[in-house]
Design a protein. Structure first.
Lengths: 293, 544, 305
């Protein structure tokens, strides 16, 4: 028996990897830099992100022919410094992601747990609301909000929240359905635990795994949705710098001024990758079952 | 699970295989144009309301009044000439001989009368229908080739409204055919008298046409077929022209550099629009304390803008120095050279003077200005122009609070009470059209939609002056007197600095010289619906 | 099972009714189509006439009554922009989108399952990390940008594939990649995490004890169970694709319902907007119902719970 246990351990599960020593340092560093840059934007940006200089438009990055050290990552169509816009854009992306995920993810988690655990009418009602939400196209919500609230950060954050909660709820519920049939839930009930206590103490830790996967995945998702909304003209309006808007604005210049979309695009890619890898580690670290192995 | 995927795979395989092959990548006999919009894509002239009709309806239908192909503005069309009666109350149109519809029926005065009445009918949603109803008293068929339109009062601008140089109300439709097949049948199998026959329309995708085989007064097409493709994304349109999948694509000025870099030719249509900014509701009591009510501040805001930089850098040099509000170099009813000179000096870039004026007005440290940045349909580049303008204002110390809104959200704010707009600035435009007067009526007359100077309940001196100036123009039959009156109106508005031109825009197109030969657009008409029939094949007229 | 399905159907009808009310209200909050149809120099009189012609001058409750009464008869009104029945406009475009969706899903799954299995089996190794990173690249790239870059590389630079539009099989390659790639990461992660979970469970240990080979255990015993959460997500992803096809359809000039929805919003085409959203909702609800039934079939615990 012990031998088999060992074999599984090695071949399928690998070694327990919850320790801090295995923290993915590169990802962690990228995230730390992102947060620092966002917080310190006014101190480190070489130029104002909105200051224009039309004669200096479309300057290539410093290392390309014709580039200058004044604009390390070049300038955009209105002669604004791409690096400075990137730095301020980090702020915008983080704020949108944080607000949308806290609100949307939180609502989704609660709805998913309540729905999956209680089942019956509550479940039907909540899941049908989820279905209804998922049938609504995001841009519709964003556009409608843009009309009533005016386009901007707040509108995007609300639109993404509305979109995201249902996705969280649906997946969390699926997980809860499997968890609640486990013995320890039945045992808790036999012991006279209240539903609220069972949900909080027994269910939540068991869906946290999934929740974290979703959360890390969705940081990227939020940034990408923001970009897509910019593409469709319902994003964060100029002159506020946002990475999505920058990629979107640069798309018509792929052949003649690649840095306009590649630079913010690469930033999005790096950050999304970092959050995902970091999330992987976080999940392993948080998963109680794997720690027991 | 596996079953499910297999099923899906089989299903999609089936769908791909079963799909009818669509328009091939351009063969040599087909002229393919990739467009950003096909409007309502409805094959009935009374059912579209905006400019894209001139992309896709113009190939099929001729207009009663046509174009001046060289200079822009109006010229002969289905009617080769027209005449205003001595009393100014009726217009007589003399039709070209030998015109016919695609089913062989001759085009007569009966069709013209029928078409105009159809445009005015209750089922019509054509945007000029209401104006036409207001203007037309009755229509009289004099003989097969002569038709007389009696107007309600003297309306010198009447003819222009029947030309596609301005709008679509002049399209001539086949009376007998429509009465036989009904409106629905007509929309499904439309026929007209134009140089291209309708073949098919795939909603949201494309419209296909076939050239007529007989000589046509607008020009006999050099290609056998014409296909208009709806390709909403500009980068994709550019790619299609580069690969030769399309011969021509509509592009914005910001893509000009990219298109040239890819070896494409650029065709610019001069004078298609004028980008302006304007201040709303300054006459209202709520706006009394606004710095904008000081004329020095308003002039300073204009002097702060380097228009040449906007032309060179935002518009990729595909734009021109603007004339006064709603005036173009091809405009009639005004003294063009005088206003050309005026605009060179009055609209100059002079930031030092701008700062001095601000200081004199007591705003040396600037002030807060709310600026609505929006783009009207068809001219998305208005937003970067607005951004550039805001940038120049910031440079003289104005703190601009820019609010970028989509047109559908902005437009209602400008109607009725204009509550959210009072005391703010916004982007706007005026479309290219021969006479400035109707556009002045929209913005400055007290009863107008925008009523920037005052409304009927609250009409200060400036507002009353504008009303008088307008009255003096509209009923004037004499060309010289009307020109003098129009000049006065332009002057009155120009010196208020309330609606200020930024640049004169051009319509820009990317062309693959291997697919189509050299051609010239019609000045002021962005759309190519009236140009396609004169486009040569690449070997007939190579690009210089 | 039958009762389960019937109950779900009844719920769906109720849901559609509520959705209809919401859509009706939201559409009217967003603006008025007349403002977009009129020229910028139109007078108030022109506007009034247009509203009358479009039937939008009627009081709001009367419009709502007409809409609901029509919807019951299957008539969702006439599109303001296209001057045709809205349902007709929708069903003209739907097949185009449906041609793309299964391909994108199958393509994504074909990439996600091997990556997910690899990552789970070689958990913690470089293989795991590389598979993860590959999958994540799909969501880390804005799809409109990916589409444009693909066009630039494959049609302009290499001249291998058509840049856009519907046509023969070669026309499907770029849109499928663009549409499907962002699904891979999510699917792959779920395959991986649920596979890991299943691999740690008792019955798998039992299977191993029976001496079954690693490959058989993983592919036969684990994967089927590990795919359950993925199945749940399929409903979500289908909904996401059918609404998210907007971007891909715009980039590739694909005349599908995604693009149509966007146009309906932008043009404030109330009847079309109402029709598109309701009909899409019906489709998504149908798919979800199907997924739930499949779910019950795949996971007996749900069926008997």
């Amino acid at each position: 028996m012990a031998r088999v246990e060992e074999r599984i351990d090695e071949s399928a599960l690998g070694r327990p990897r919850g320790d801090l020593a295995r923290l993915p340092w590169v990802s962690f560093a990228i995230i730390a830099v992102l947060v620092l840059v966002a917080v310190l934007a006014p101190l480190i940006a070489p130029h104002s992100p909105t200051e224009q200089s039309l004669p200096d438009k479309l300057l290539p990055p410093a290392w390309e022919a014709g580039g200058s050290a004044r604009h390390l990552l070049g300038t955009d169509v209105l002669g604004r410094d791409v690096l400075s816009r990137l730095i301020y854009g980090a702020r915008v992306s983080l704020i949108v992601a944080a607000v949308a995920l806290l609100a949307g993810g939180g609502i989704g988690l609660i709805v998913g747990i309540v729905s999956g655990y209680l089942g019956g009418r509550t479940d039907s009602f909540l899941m049908r609301s989820v279905d209804a939400t998922l049938t609504f196209p995001t841009i519709l919500i964003a556009l409608l909000l843009a009309v009533s609230l005016g386009p901007g950060l707040r509108t995007i954050a609300i639109a993404i929240t509305v979109l995201i909660w249902a996705r969280f709820a649906r997946v969390v519920r699926g997980e809860v359905l499997a968890v609640k049939t486990r013995d320890f839930v039945a045992l808790a009930r036999v012991h006279g635990c209240s539903h609220l206590r069972i949900m909080a103490v027994h269910i939540v830790p068991n869906v946290l795994n999934t929740f974290m996967v979703l959360l890390t995945l969705h940081i990227g998702f939020v940034i990408i949705v923001e970009a897509s909304l910019s593409f469709l003209g319902a994003g964060i309006p100029p002159p506020t710098p946002s990475w999505g808007q920058m990629v979107s604005d640069g798309r018509s210049h792929i052949a003649s001024a690649w840095w306009l979309s590649v630079v913010p695009g690469a930033a999005i890619m790096l950050v999304v990758l970092a959050f995902n890898l970091f999330g992987d580690w976080l999940r392993d670290w948080l998963d109680p079952r794997l720690r027991q192995v | 699970m596996r079953t499910w995927s297999l099923l899906a795979l089989a299903l999609s395989g089936l769908l791909v295989a079963g799909e009818p092959s669509s328009a091939r990548a351009a063969d040599k006999d087909t002229l393919v144009i990739a467009l950003d919009t096909l409007g309502a894509q409805v094959m009935d002239p009374i059912m579209d309301t905006r400019a894209p009709h001139a992309h896709y309806q113009a190939p099929i239908w001729d207009s009663l009044v046509g174009f001046d192909l060289e200079n822009g503005g109006i010229g002969p069309g289905v009617a080769e000439r027209w005449q205003l009666a001595a009393d100014g109350q009726s217009w007589t149109f003399y039709l070209r001989k030998g015109q016919r519809f695609h089913n062989g029926d001759p085009l007569t005065a009966q069709d013209v009368k029928f078409s105009l009445e159809r445009v005015m009918s209750p089922e019509s949603i054509s945007s000029g229908a209401a104006a036409l109803r207001r203007a037309v008293d009755r229509i009289e068929v004099v003989d097969d080739l002569t038709v007389r339109v009696h107007t309600k009062g003297v309306i010198p601008q009447f003819v222009a409204s029947l030309s596609r140089a301005v709008f679509m109300e002049g399209s001539v439709m086949p009376k007998k055919y429509i009465e036989t097949v009904g409106a629905k049948g007509f929309r499904e199998r439309p026929i007209g008298s134009g140089p291209w026959k309708f073949v098919r329309s795939v909603p949201g995708d494309r419209i296909e046409y076939e050239a007529v085989t007989y000589p046509h007064w607008r020009g006999t097409p050099q290609f056998k077929r014409l296909t208009l493709l709806l390709v909403p994304e500009q980068s994709t349109r550019l790619a299609m022209v580069r690969t030769g999948e399309a011969a021509i694509a509509s592009i914005g000025p910001e893509a000009v550099k990219e298109a040239r870099a890819g070896g494409m030719k650029i065709v610019s249509v001069p004078g298609t629009m004028q980008a302006v900014y304007q201040f709303w509701g300054l006459y209202r009591p709520e706006a009394k304390g606004s710095p904008l009510n000081d004329i020095r501040v308003r002039e300073a805001l204009s002097l702060a803008i380097d228009r040449q930089q906007i032309i060179d850098h935002v518009m990729g040099k595909e734009a021109r120095w603007p004339m006064p509000f709603a005036a173009f170099r091809y405009s009639s009813d005004m003294t063009v050279p005088r206003w050309d000179d005026w605009s060179r000096t009055a609209l100059r870039y002079d930031p030092a003077r701008a700062k001095q004026l601000l200081a004199e007005a007591g705003h040396a440290n600037g002030f807060r200005l709310t600026f609505w940045n929006t783009a009207l349909p068809g001219t998305p580049f208005m937003v970067p122009i607005g951004e550039a303008v805001a940038g120049f204002w910031e440079k003289i110390g104005v703190k601009v609070e820019m609010k970028t809104v989509e047109w559908g959200a902005f437009d209602p704010m400008g109607r009725g009470e204009q509550k959210g707009l009072v005391g703010t600035a916004s982007m706007f435009r005026t479309a290219g059209r021969p006479e400035p007067t109707p556009r002045y009526a929209t913005s400055f007359v007290s009863k107008s939609v925008q009523h920037l100077f005052g409304d009927p309940q609250n009409c200060p001196a400036l507002c009353a002056d504008a009303d008088k100036a307008y009255e003096a123009i509209v009923a004037e039959k004499d060309d010289a007197k009307r020109t003098a009156a129009t000049n006065r109106m332009i002057e009155l508005v120009a010196k208020t600095w309330i609606a200020v031109p930024i640049v004169e825009g051009m319509g820009t197109w990317a062309v693959n010289p291997k697919n189509v030969g050299y051609f010239k657009p019609i000045p002021g008409r962005h759309e190519f619906g009236d140009v396609t029939e004169r486009m040569p094949r690449p070997e007939q007229k190579p690009w210089p | 099972m039958q009762r389960f399905v019937l109950r779900r159907l009844a719920q769906s009808v109720l849901l559609l009714f509520v959705l209809a009310l919401i859509v009706f209200a939201l559409a009217r909050v967003s603006g008025n189509p007349a403002d977009l149809l009129l020229r910028e120099d139109a007078t108030q009189e022109d506007r009034a006439h247009l509203l009358r012609a479009l039937g939008l001058d009627r009081p709001i409750h009367e419009q709502l009554y007409l809409f609901l009464a029509g919807a019951l008869r299957g008539d969702l009104g006439e599109s303001i922009r296209y001057r045709k029945p809205a349902t007709e406009v929708f069903f003209e475009r739907l097949p185009n989108t449906l041609r793309l969706l299964p391909l994108a899903m199958v393509g994504a799954l074909a990439l996600a399952i091997p990556l997910g299995v690899l990552a789970a089996v070689y958990r913690g190794t470089l293989v795991d990390r590389v598979s993860g990173a590959v999958a994540v690249l799909g969501i880390a790239t804005p799809s409109f940008w990916l589409g444009i870059v693909l066009i630039y590389v494959f049609s302009i630079r290499l001249g291998l594939l058509p840049s856009s539009r519907m046509g023969g099989p070669s026309h499907y390659v770029l849109p499928t990649i663009t549409l499907g790639l962002f699904l891979v990461a999510g699917m792959m992660r779920l395959v991986r995490s649920s596979l890991l979970e299943v691999m740690g469970s008792e019955f798998v240990k039992l299977a191993r004890l029976k001496g079954l080979s690693q490959t058989v255990v993983i592919w036969k015993h684990c994967l089927r169970n590990a795919l359950i959460p993925v199945t749940t997500l399929f409903g979500v992803y289908f909904a996401l694709l059918i609404t998210g096809a907007i971007v891909t359809e715009t980039v590739f000039a694909w005349p599908g319902v995604g693009r149509l929805t966007y146009e309906a919003v932008i043009f404030r085409d109330y009847p079309l907007l109402q029709a598109v959203i309701l009909l899409k909702a019906i489709i998504v609800l149908g798919v979800n119902l199907g997924v739930d039934i499949l779910y019950a079939y795949l996971d007996p615990r749900v069926r008997y719970a």
